[in-house]
Design a protein around this ligand. Structure first.
Ligand SMILES: Nc1ncnc2c1ncn2[C@@H]1O[C@H](COP(=O)(O)OP(=O)(O)OP(=O)(O)O)[C@@H](O)[C@H]1O
Ligand SMILES: [Mg+2]
Length: 470
């Protein structure tokens, strides 16, 4: 996670720096270039007009002959070239559009072909200038073409070509932009490193502390020097640490209490056995009606007490399952057979999936089923009382369903029904479902699903594990 935050911060910073610098560079560069270009256009066109006004239109034909007139104009133009600080001045004849005089010694100009459009415009009487172009040596040039007019006709054109000296500055500016870009990106990287370290270092420390918590080491307080969201996270983790610490300490204490209670319950069960034995003996031997009644009460309450103690002891011990492949239909039939007679009378077995097999501890599953079926019976409140038990399979998981048309469970109680000692019955101890839950979840790795509607009834589905093929 830390790596990705750092990578993202780096990326954002680099992208922003690159974007800002390049946008700034492109805008200012084009602005400067546009200004230079228009200034240069003015310069070459006004120089060209002065030169054109100094050319006698009638001389253009003579210049072609390369005689005295030619030499005179050439000398004049070379002087002007020095004064005006341009690169070349040349004269173009009408018709062919060829250069008939140039202040340079070199031959035909390579750009003349490119500037054909501007030359034709000048020869038709309109001054025009070429775009700025880079010469062979990397220098920038621009050429202006001005018509030499003879009253209404165009006798030829003057070309003025200037190289842009200030473009050195533009090139330097470009270099400056590149350096600025590189420096900004480097600065962005350093900044990104500092900022991302400010996030990732405290996060890494928090992660180490979270790992300590997961190893059940709650000794170290969780705090951070960082602010903002990281501090909020650290504070939340500190709250969690305190709460989990208290919970674990309480749970450990409860475990001690549980172990102690189980010991006490064991002792009580032994004594209850003795008590029951004597009560039965007295009941058998007594002739006095009152003694018979009292001893019968003792027997009844002792039996109730011993059922509770048995359930309590069943709940406190860990169930180690002895699993074997079992036919679920058969298992249900046996379990129903072992139910008390009054419960059994209400049960309809609806074996939806004959031959369904699963690997289970039949003794424990029967015990869980007994508790769930007994609850169903105790919830029956209609004239027509029904409990339907069936087996089935969902997504490869075998289940046993116990469905009654009893009172249903209040929605606010649904979450509590598996808690030990939660009961909604006057006579209940709240251990039946806690035991069933342990048997299904702990011993079989299964699940219990409950569907209940108040006033209508309840269905418990005990998922006992993967169905097995036979
Ligand atoms: N089929 C059901 N219909 C309606 N309520 C139910 C049903 N099954 C369970 N309950 C509710 O869940 C509570 C908890 O059930 P659980 O079996 O754990 O305890 P109990 O039946 O009260 O006592 P014990 O089973 O220890 O004698 C019940 O008291 C009852 O309120
Ligand atoms: Mg019960």
């Amino acid at each position: 996670m830390a790596g990705s935050i750092r990578a993202r911060v780096f990326m954002y910073f680099m992208l922003s720096a690159a974007l800002i610098v390049s946008a700034f560079g492109i805008i200012t560069y084009n602005f400067i270039l546009g200004n230079i270009e228009s200034e240069m256009e003015n310069r070459i066109l006004s120089a060209g007009r002065i030169i054109a006004s100094g050319i006698n239109p009638g001389d253009i034909q003579m210049i072609r002959l390369k005689g005295k007139v030619y030499s005179g104009y050439r000398d004049k133009l070379i002087n002007l070239k020095e004064v005006l600080k341009v690169r070349d001045i040349f004269i173009i004849e009408p018709g062919s559009g060829n250069i008939i005089l140039s202040t340079l010694d070199e031959g035909g100009k390579y750009y003349i072909k490119v500037d054909r459009y501007e030359i034709n415009r000048a020869l038709s009487g309109i001054s025009s200038s070429s775009r700025l172009y880079a010469g062979r040596g990397g220098e920038y040039f621009k050429a202006g073409y001005i018509p030499v007019k003879n009253k209404n006709t165009v006798a030829g054109a003057v070309g003025v070509e200037a190289s842009v000296e200030y473009l050195h500055y533009v090139s330097r500016y470009r270099l400056f932009l590149i350096v600025l870009g590189a420096v900004s990106i480097a600065a962005a990287l350093i900044l990104a490193f500092i900022i991302s370290s400010g996030i990732t270092v405290p996060l890494r420390r928090l992660k180490e502390k979270a790992e300590k918590l997961s190893r059940r080491d709650f000794s170290e307080k969780i705090e951070t020097k960082a602010g903002g969201e990281i501090k909020i996270l650290a504070d939340a983790m500190e709250n969690m640490r305190v709460e989990v610490k208290q919970y674990v300490e309480k749970r450990d204490k409860m475990a001690d209490v549980g172990e102690f209670s189980a010991g006490v319950a064991h002792e009580i069960r032994n004594s209850l056995g003795v008590l029951l034995g004597y009560a039965e003996l007295i009941n058998e031997k007594a002739e006095d009606e009152k003694i018979k009644k009292y001893s019968a009460d003792i027997i009844k309450n002792t039996l109730k007490m011993s059922e509770f103690i048995n359930n309590f002891l069943a709940y406190t011990k860990d169930f180690a399952a002895d699993k074997q492949d079992a036919d679920m239909g058969k298992l249900v039939e046996e379990a129903v057979f072992e139910l008390p007679e009054n419960v059994k009378n209400m049960v309809i077995i609806n074996n939806a999936k004959p031959g369904l097999h699963a690997c289970v501890d039949t003794y424990l599953i029967k015990k869980a089923l007994y508790n769930v079926a007994l609850n169903a019976y105790q919830a029956l409140d209609k004239d027509k009382k029904e409990i339907e038990i069936k087996t089935g399979e969902e997504n490869g998981e075998a289940y046993i369903s116990v469905k009654d048309n009893g009172a249903g469970i209040k929605s606010e109680n649904i979450k509590k029904i598996y808690q030990p000692f939660f009961t909604g019955r006057k006579e209940g101890h709240g251990l039946g479902l806690a035991i069933a839950y342990k048997i299904i979840h702990q011993a079989h790795g299964g699940d219990i699903k409950v569907f209940s509607e108040e006033g209508k009834g309840t269905e418990f589905k005990l998922f006992v594990g993967k169905k097995s093929d036979v």
